[in-house]
Design a protein around this ligand. Structure first.
Ligand code: P6P
Length: 353
């Protein structure tokens, strides 16, 4: 009789505490509370079609996007759950212009700051497409006991202690890293626990999936256009043409490519020179996961996690996924740098069309 061993998120966190210096009691306690908030949001996401939680919340968020009720629900519940653990002194969210300082005694002595996109891809809520929560955790820079400052949040991605996402899909998964590889947990609704399902996620160095919103093709940099044509060209040796897969939900697109191999691109365009995605609470956490799984994440030129943040909601072009695929698109970007695009000067490097 094989013993069916279930390791819950909390058991895994406790076991990790002894193995890794950072997974001390307080840090583990924080991860446990992320799991609690995830289960609360998951409950509402799963019945979103049945209760009056669909549709607009009537508010506009700091991004100028109409807030869906589930956006607001997720934001509020993560803010409350993270405060509840008493380890975090302040929290920043895509849904709020400024970071929020927790003013209770325990949180004031919290050693960490928490950043999140509480419900990414929320435009997909009403059409039952997978959505996600993305989070990133740093050790605070400001002295414990004092008020948090913006500098606690404007740290480069390389300083992240932990990062992860919750994917509300056909099943609900929590995937995170603390710098010791990438672990995946799948929610078992029958017991209401996240159970270890992916002990060590690694991403293939090569893939045959490219994910980009080709509706914006006209506005893309020349190098991206050349890369798309490269992906579409028939070449049996390199398994091309690749498949185009784009859900329009970063967590869902990234998660598929992470497991199967592939590249996700949200590039700069003439109208949006820094792209659309946010550095601090979308790209840096995803970049941490990508690198920990053996993949890569850049802005087309430098490591995403080495970008020095200037503001809470700043955007960055984002190229992430299988290492060799990110390398290849960077080759095209270097062969067709934007400044040459205007005089149509052919690249000196003969890049395959
Ligand atoms: P577009 C969702 O709104 C989101 O922030 C990401 O989840 C997703 O990857 C991207 O925007 C989709 O943007 O412009 O292709 O619809």
């Amino acid at each position: 009789m094989t013993k069916f061993e279930v390791t819950t998120l909390n058991e895994f966190i406790l076991k990790s505490q002894s193995k890794y210096p950072e997974a001390q009691g307080d840090f583990s306690h924080l991860l446990h509370h992320v799991g609690i908030a995830a289960r609360i949001v998951n409950r509402e996401v799963n019945k979103a079609g049945l209760v009056d939680i669909l549709g607009e919340a009537g508010e506009i968020n700091v991004q100028g996007e109409s807030q869906k009720k589930l956006d607001v629900f997720a934001d509020e519940h993560f803010i409350d759950a993270i405060q509840g653990c008493g380890e975090v002194c302040a929290i920043a969210s895509e849904e709020n212009e400024n970071f929020i300082i927790y003013d209770d005694e325990a949180s004031r002595n919290g050693k960490y700051v928490f950043l999140m996109d509480p419900l990414d891809g929320s435009s997909n809520i009403d059409v039952n497409v997978s959505i996600g929560t993305i989070f990133s955790i740093y050790r605070r820079i400001s002295p414990v006991g004092e008020r948090a400052t913006i500098d606690d949040f404007l740290q480069p991605g390389t300083a992240q202690l932990a990062a992860g996402y919750i994917l509300y899909g056909s099943s609900t998964m929590m995937v995170y890293t603390t710098g010791q590889g990438v672990i995946g947990f799948t929610l078992d609704p029958s017991i209401g626990e996240f159970c270890l399902s992916h002990k060590a996620i690694t991403t293939p160095e090569d893939g045959t999936i490219y994910s980009i919103n080709e509706g914006n093709y006209r506005k893309f940099p020349q190098g991206v256009k050349k890369y798309i044509k490269y992906c579409q060209k028939k070449d049996a040796a390199s398994l091309r043409p690749y498949s185009s897969r784009y859900i329009g939900s970063l967590v869902a697109d990234f998660h598929r490519n992470l497991l199967k191999g592939g590249i996700f691109i949200y590039p700069e365009t003439e109208s949006a020179p820094n792209g659309k995605l946010r550095l601090l609470y979308e790209c840096n956490p995803i970049a941490f996961l990508a690198e920990q799984a053996g993949g890569k994440a850049t802005n087309g030129l430098i490591r995403t996690m080495e970008i020095k943040p200037e503001s809470l909601h700043q955007r960055t072009p984002f190229y992430t996924g299988s290492k060799n695929m990110v390398d290849k698109v960077e080759e095209f970007l270097q062969a067709y740098p934007e400044e040459k695009r205007n005089n149509k000067k052919k690249s000196s490097i003969a890049i395959e069309e």
